[in-house]
Structure formats: structure tokens, C-alpha cells
Design a protein around this ligand. Structure first.
Ligand SMILES: Cc1cc2nc3c(=O)[nH]c(=O)nc-3n(C[C@H](O)[C@H](O)[C@H](O)COP(=O)(O)OP(=O)(O)OC[C@H]3O[C@@H](n4cnc5c(N)ncnc54)[C@H](O)[C@@H]3O)c2cc1C
Length: 374
């Protein structure tokens, strides 16, 4: 029997391991932490389900992945809407809550609308520009950029938006003209009442999982019993050259609040974006809006960027970290004593959603099966 070691028990490692198990491979998972689930995990604070790693809404238009997650119990329908707190004038402490993405019909009600309208009328037919600031201004004009995007981006990335690549703008920034309020346009959108932990645990249910087992390139000889190794870990750390790749991390500061009645919440929405430089955080998250948990309390988390954690790959204009990650793949594949495979957000140095992590896990398993059969 072909044996495969999978490093990491987040969505990508779990779905890869389960697909290999279902295909008759001998599989073991090695996870550094005490629990499975990776970055998408929810936790419980004073009885309230909350998200210590930020809001995680499952959404996909990939029918295979949608069917896959429903098989493991991820099927509670949800429709995610986001608000943004906008300060309309520098010298005014009053703010308004507007939809994210910005909606033309709401913007028409603002005192700044004549200026916004003039800028929109002068936009080019297609947005363009290599850096993020230029691209987004060409997409929505400088007033909307200043109100919704600039401060959020500076706080989120800790560098001027002009130093960031425009490559992630089409995926992250939109101006809505059709009145559609939900953030995602995908066919399937789910939010499990307890978070995704139990779903990922079900995926891994028949697979041997070794918790508190960190695997590094230097120790791959310890996995001599395996024919292949799947790596979903960050490659700079895995290869022993921490710091070669830059990441941007977040820190969630979470507080429990008593509520007057079990269904009550204390903020206006599950996620409220805070683009203003007047506050140091970028978002406020109250997961109870999504779980619908009935309990006389709630948890409100403020998301602070700049923590020393591997959350977001840094998309510089020259793409230098993506290119270093490609080199690391080659170095690891050349040094490793047996075939290695890379999947997931960390090993690929990519921002990917949960459905894409699952898709990468399933595709990686299919590639290993094809290699084993040849
Ligand atoms: C702030 C934020 C918000 C997000 N919101 C959403 C959202 O709303 N919707 C959505 O679909 N996606 C969201 N995502 C993306 C989502 O978190 C990822 O798609 C998902 O976590 C990817 O799973 P993964 O298995 O690739 O990585 P991870 O979940 O990070 O799993 C990797 C696992 O490997 C383990 N590991 C690492 N190194 C080693 C090692 N050397 N040895 C052993 N184990 C190791 C880790 O402990 C971890 O368990 C968000 C991401 C961020 C950063």
C-alpha cells in the first residue's frame, strides 16, 4: 500500500488526507497544534462561539467542493452582508454606516455625491495600473478611494497602497451598481452554527492524526515509512529559513458582552469595516450575527493588523515573495528524501478561500494517485 504523510490539518491537508484515505492509501496527518482545523477554526469564550482568527464565511461556486462539504455536515445556509463605517469629513466625528461593497444607490444620498458623481463620470472604460492605489482610483475615483479603501489598506498592509500590487484589487474591491447587497455572489454560501471545527473533524474522522507534531524539512528522515509527503506548512519556516517570506498577520482582541436577551447582538453587523485612520483596527467582528446562537452574551472582536503571524502573503508590485516561494519549492523538492507535494494557503504563499483550499487538497490527492498508478 502506498503511504502518504500529510503535514497540516487545516482544510487543504484534511481534504487531501481524506481523499487519499478514500482512494485506499495509507495516510497519516501531522499537525503542530493541539487541534485540527487550522486557521478557519472557531472557539468558545464564556459559552459564546467566536472566531479568534477573523470572520470565516464558507462560499463557493465549485459544485464538487459544495457537494463535498455538505457530505460532512456543512450545509447551514447563510447570506453575508458587510457594513463600512465612513467618516464623511476630516473635522467631523460623526460617521455613517454604508454597505460594503459601496452601492451607488446609497452613495447618491450622501452630501459628497456631486463630487463622487463627477469623478465616476471621468473614469476610464477599464481600470488599470500596476499598483493598488492607481488601479482602485481608476476604478472608483479618489473620493470613494479615500472614504472606503485608503486607510483600510494602509492599516492592513503597513505600507503605502502605491507599493502594493494591483493584482488582488479585482478580487477585493468592487463598486456595486445593481443593488445586490450580499458580499459574495457564489452559488453556495454556508455558515455552520458551531464554526467549521466539527466539519473538519468529520473529514478526518477515519484518518490517523498526530497532534502536536511539527514537521520540518530537516526531520523528513523520521517519515521514512511514507512514500510521499504533502506539505501545507509555510515553506520558509519548514525549510529553516524563517523570514525569507514576509507575511502580514492580524490579532483579534475579543471581549465578552452581556446581552439583554438571548438573541441580541451589540454591533450593527457580523462584520463592520473600519477604514478610518482614527481607529487602529480594520474590522469589528461579532460572529453571533452569523451563528444565531441563543445565549445571554456575545463576543465582539476588533481586528488589528500587524501581528507577527502568517495570515496574508504580501503582494508587492515586483512579486518578490511569490518568486522566493517558488525557489523554496524547488529547494525542498531537491533536498527531500522522497517526493513532496505542496498545497494550501501557506505552502503556496497565496490568499485562498476555504473552498479553494479544499479544491487544492482534492487536486493534490488526485495528482498523487496518478503518480502512484504510473
Ligand atoms: C483573516 C482571514 C480571514 C479569512 N476569511 C475567510 C472567509 O471569510 N472565507 C473563506 O472561505 N476563507 C477565509 N480565509 C481563508 C481561510 O482561512 C483559508 O482558506 C484556510 O484556512 C486555508 O486552509 P489551509 O489548510 O490551506 O491552511 P491552514 O488553515 O492555515 O492550515 C495549515 C495547518 O498546518 C499546520 N502546520 C503549519 N506548519 C506545520 C508544520 N511545520 N508541521 C505540522 N503542522 C503544521 C497549522 O497548524 C495548520 O493547522 C480567511 C483568511 C484570513 C487570513
Amino acid at each position: 500500500m502506498t503511504r502518504v504523510a500529510v503535514v497540516g490539518a487545516g482544510w487543504s491537508g484534511a481534504s487531501c488526507a481524506r481523499a487519499l484515505f478514500d482512494a485506499g492509501f495509507g495516510v497519516e496527518v501531522f499537525e503542530r497544534s493541539k487541534v485540527v482545523g487550522g486557521h478557519s477554526r472557531a472557539e468558545v469564550l464564556d459559552g459564546v462561539v467566536y472566531e479568534p482568527n477573523g470572520a470565516h464565511i464558507f462560499h463557493t461556486s465549485d459544485a464538487v467542493v459544495a457537494e463535498y462539504v455538505q457530505r460532512f455536515g456543512l450545509n447551514r445556509r447563510y447570506g453575508h452582508c458587510v457594513l463600512t463605517e465612513v467618516f464623511l469629513a476630516e473635522d467631523d466625528d460623526r460617521s455613517v454606516l454604508l454597505s460594503w461593497p459601496p452601492q451607488i444607490e446609497e452613495l447618491r444620498e450622501l452630501p459628497l455625491w456631486p463630487q463622487i458623481e463627477r469623478e465616476l463620470a471621468a473614469l476610464p472604460a477599464e481600470p488599470s495600473g500596476a499598483d493598488f492605489a492607481t488601479y482602485v482610483i481608476s476604478m472608483m475615483g479618489s473620493t470613494l478611494y479615500r472614504l472606503f479603501i485608503e486607510g483600510y489598506t494602509i492599516k492592513q498592509w503597513g505600507r503605502p497602497p502605491s507599493e502594493l500590487s494591483s493584482s488582488f484589487a479585482p478580487r477585493r474591491v468592487e463598486l456595486r451598481r445593481d443593488g445586490y447587497r450580499r458580499l459574495f455572489r457564489d452559488t453556495w454560501e454556508f455558515f455552520p452554527a458551531q464554526g467549521v471545527n466539527s466539519v473538519i473533524e468529520s473529514v478526518l474522522e477515519p484518518v490517523t492524526v498526530n497532534l502536536e507534531s511539527m514537521v520540518r524539512l530537516a526531520a523528513l528522515d523520521d517519515l521514512a515509512a511514507f512514500d510521499h509527503v504533502v506539505i501545507t506548512a509555510p515553506l520558509d519556516e519548514f525549510a529553516g529559513c524563517d523570514g525569507d517570506l514576509e507575511w502580514r498577520g492580524i490579532r483579534m482582541e475579543s471581549t465578552v458582552h452581556a446581552t439583554a436577551e438571548p438573541a441580541a447582538t451589540v454591533t450593527p453587523a457580523y462584520v463592520v469595516n473600519r477604514p478610518s485612520m482614527r481607529v487602529p483596527h480594520t474590522r469589528t467582528v461579532e460572529t453571533k450575527h452569523a451563528t444565531g446562537q441563543l445565549i445571554d452574551a456575545t463576543v465582539v472582536s476588533h481586528e488589528f493588523p500587524g501581528a507577527p503571524a502568517r495570515h496574508y502573503p504580501v503582494p508587492t508590485v515586483d512579486g518578490r515573495f511569490e518568486s522566493r516561494n517558488r525557489e523554496l519549492k524547488t529547494e525542498i523538492a531537491t533536498t527531500a528524501p522522497r517526493p513532496v507535494w505542496f498545497c494550501g494557503r501557506l505552502a503556496n504563499y497565496q490568499y485562498i478561500n476555504q473552498d479553494e483550499a479544499i479544491r487544492q487538497g482534492l487536486d493534490c490527492a488526485a495528482r498523487i494517485a496518478a503518480a502512484a498508478a504510473s
